[in-house]
Design a protein around this ligand. Structure first.
Ligand code: NIG
Ligand code: FE
Length: 431
């Protein structure tokens, strides 16, 4: 991802004070283990922040302290946050938001008892969306996806990961990268996109019964071409699952990713534990996602690793499945992130708000642990893009999300009510 410099106006390359912050949540608490209360995550009241426009068009935090502190550096401009809540810019570290069409008919089928995998075996599921996405023109794909990205941004998302994987052929996987690049250009300054190549999302119809042949095409043709794209992906992801890709397939895909200099992510243990987690940890994957079926041994191994466990509570609810063992993962000491998984089949949603609410109400995380999951650990799940750590700390790059709330408590309290981000910082081109 590349940050587009936006500041050409009067406060370019200057120091700006952010004042009248109702609640400043720094997310500088531990990235592992329980955080029972908000202060464990890092909260300041009556705080002020000084940020500076630094190199590469980005902003960094140069001072953090109490309002009225004598040591606050002189600044060139002030922005009054009006008592709102300031957080590190929110990160949605797992989405499949570029796709065409919808699968509401399948959703209703599932609600009458047909399992997800059965729909997929009958040629629906991912294959259905692939057909729609192949047919869509690039402008159509960009327009439909932009609506979803806008919804995430309106709730304060500042970094969003976007997976390909509804193309499953060279031409369409590249078209999805083109769409991600077009979205990045359109949303420059609002959100940074991190692209992940996921041609190993499903075996396309033209390779039915020949997963080996498809994986070979992925490794020899599709991934190298994607890596050579003008806006290349940062990661490669693979769906390690019964009926999709085996551990051996995943191994080949990950080896290619490494050769191309790309990071590795894996969807594991969503429906059946086929050993994907153990493999992903051995290969040093940056993150593992879903984890609905993860065993006690898997949780221990994950906790002992640096790999980030990405929980997707919206997907569980949408599939009428129990949640991943989020509480146990946090207690065991794993790095736990949370994401929407926005996709047409298993999580047709862009609600960061509902994600956080389900993580606390059904997943039994504390609000502090849930917020860490969309800031600090989510940034780690994306390899800290452009150095963004998902925290607000002196000397670190600054990306901010301002919620139109006096404290973050209201975000959890107002069930089902989408939280609105305030755009004052964005309008001033800060962070
Ligand atoms: O994250 N697990 C794989 N991919 C998606 C589902 C994709 C679809 O059904 O279209 C997921 O759940
Ligand atoms: Fe997913």
């Amino acid at each position: 991802m590349s940050r587009t410099p936006r500041m050409t106006g009067p406060i370019a390359r200057r120091r700006v004070a952010l004042t009248n912050i109702g609640q400043l949540v720094t997310c500088t608490g531990s990235e592992r283990g329980p955080l029972p209360t908000l202060p464990d995550l890092g909260v300041l009241h009556d705080a002020e922040l000084v940020v500076r426009h630094g190199f590469e068009g980005g902003w960094e935090v140069v001072w953090l302290g109490q309002a009225g502190a004598a040591d606050r550096p002189a600044t060139d401009a002030t922005i009054d946050l009006g008592g709102r809540t300031l957080l590190p810019g929110l990160v949605d570290c797992h989405t499949h938001l570029v796709f065409a069409g919808d699968r509401s008919h399948e959703f209703v089928q599932r609600l009458s008892g047909v399992p997800y995998q059965e729909i997929s075996r009958q040629g629906g599921g991912i294959a259905y969306t692939v057909a729609q996405t192949r047919k869509a023109t690039l402008p159509e794909l960009v327009e439909t996806s932009a609506v979803r990205l806008r919804a995430l941004c309106d709730q304060g998302a500042r970094v969003v990961e976007v997976k390909t994987g509804y193309g499953l052929d060279l031409q369409t996987e590249l078209k999805i990268l083109d769409a991600i690049a077009a979205l990045q250009a359109r949303f420059a300054g609002d959100v940074e996109l991190v692209a992940t190549a996921m041609p190993a999302h499903a075996v396309p119809a033209e390779f039915r019964g020949n997963a080996d042949g498809y994986v070979q095409a992925v490794c020899t043709t599709i991934l190298p071409a994607m890596a050579a794209h003008a806006h290349p992906p940062a990661f490669v992801d693979v769906f390690v699952e019964d009926g999709y890709f085996s551990v051996a397939h995943a191994h080949a895909v990950a080896a290619t990713a490494r050769e191309l200099g790309l990071g590795v992510k894996a969807h594991v243990d969503e429906f059946v534990d086929i050993g994907g987690l153990q493999w992903a940890l051995q290969t040093g994957a940056t993150s593992v996602e879903h984890l609905l079926q993860t065993s006690a041994a898997g949780i221990e191994a994950l906790a002992a690793s640096d790999t980030v466990a990405v929980g997707l509570p919206l997907t569980s609810v949408f599939l009428r499945e129990p949640l991943a063992p989020l509480r146990t993962l946090v207690d065991a000491g794993a790095r736990v992130a949370l994401a929407t998984d926005c996709n047409p089949g298993s999580a047709m949603t862009t609600s960061m708000t509902l994600l956080l609410q389900l993580a606390v109400l059904l997943g039994r995380l504390s609000p502090a642990e849930a917020l860490r999951g969309v800031t600090r650990t989510a940034a780690l799940a994306l390899g800290q893009p452009d150095g963004y750590t998902g925290r607000i700390a002196v000397g670190e790059p600054f990306l901010g999300t301002v919620l139109d709330l006096p404290t973050v408590d209201a975000l959890f309290y107002n069930l089902g009510e989408p939280v609105r981000a305030w755009d004052g910082l964005l309008r001033a081109g800060i962070g």
